[in-house]
Write a protein that binds this ligand. Sequence first.
Ligand code: GLU
Length: 369
Amino acid sequence: MNVTESATVAINSRALEKRARGERVYNLSAGEPALPPHRAIVAAAKKALDEGKTGYPPVAGVPELRRMAAQWMNSVHDTQFSWTNTLVTPGGKFGIFAACQALVEPGDEAVIVAPYWVSYPTIVKLFGGVPVIVQSTESGGWIPDSADIEAAFTAKTKVVILNSACNPTGALYSRTLLGKILAAAQKRGIIVISDEVYSGLVYEGAFVSCGVFSEYRDSVIVINSCSKNFAMTGWRVGFFCAPEELVKVVTMLLSQSVSGASTVSQYAALGALEHAQEITEEVRDAMRTRRDLFVVAGLPAAPAGLYSFAPLASLGATENDSAAFCERLITEKNIAAVPGSAFGAERYVRFSFGAAEEELKDALEVLLK
Ligand code: GLU
């Protein structure tokens, strides 16, 4: 099969295994806001358990959650989704997977901006698609040129995957840039899959959702999630917002695969959405403080998201190869980080600043010693 392991998940698993063996590990690999679950989330989950809400969920999600999720995005991000456009997936990643499964046929091309989140090209390839990579550069603020994206479109292009705020770079795309890309895509019948899971973790600048453009609504899928915005990674609750025909197709895919997201997790997510603003602010404030530790250490700190995407050269690396450098980091310093090569950027390393503050401080000291 055309599948490879996720680099982020692999290095995170390795760090967790080392820790389980009793080693002191600095885990800056997976993007996970390390925070205790908000009391509203725990209370909602407990209530669901007490009330015996543990049976199969409605495949497309608990209706109240679909409604609340649409309302949340509409009020916070100025989108215009109704609950019939919104379905609940087991995590945002599965939403991207299902979107590609629904749309990408063998030989179809998917345009992806590099540096990209590790799973996009592999997911596309799993369905026989061909990833077509458009480069963005550090000197350009990691913002792609809309003309380059348009130039990458061919008769075979089925989807373009966008990710603002970007994992790993934190780049935020402006409304003008998004409008240009969406217009170019719609003209050619290309669907935009917009991964917006870091929408609430913005420290400088503004986040714009692809869901704000009513004129392009028929060609946009917005993926959001509780994982980062509400620090709910392990609950696995994501939102898939799209035209109703696509929602119907993906509901069928869910019904033939995972039968929906965990019922208890969906009620927990409802608890989060009832306190969405407060929880996201808490997560953002905590992550800003952790991000600033990287600024103080002289390492790049993204305007949004959870990552410092550092050039190998800024780390005093002797290697030109990011995988070799990260291997040395984990072997010699017990620091887990993800090589830039996994994101399509060989001379960089991604550090997550989601880890606990003390762990981050110690890690930076060990890293820069
Ligand atoms: N999305 C996070 C990351 O990039 C979590 C791990 C994953 O699913 O890739 O680290």
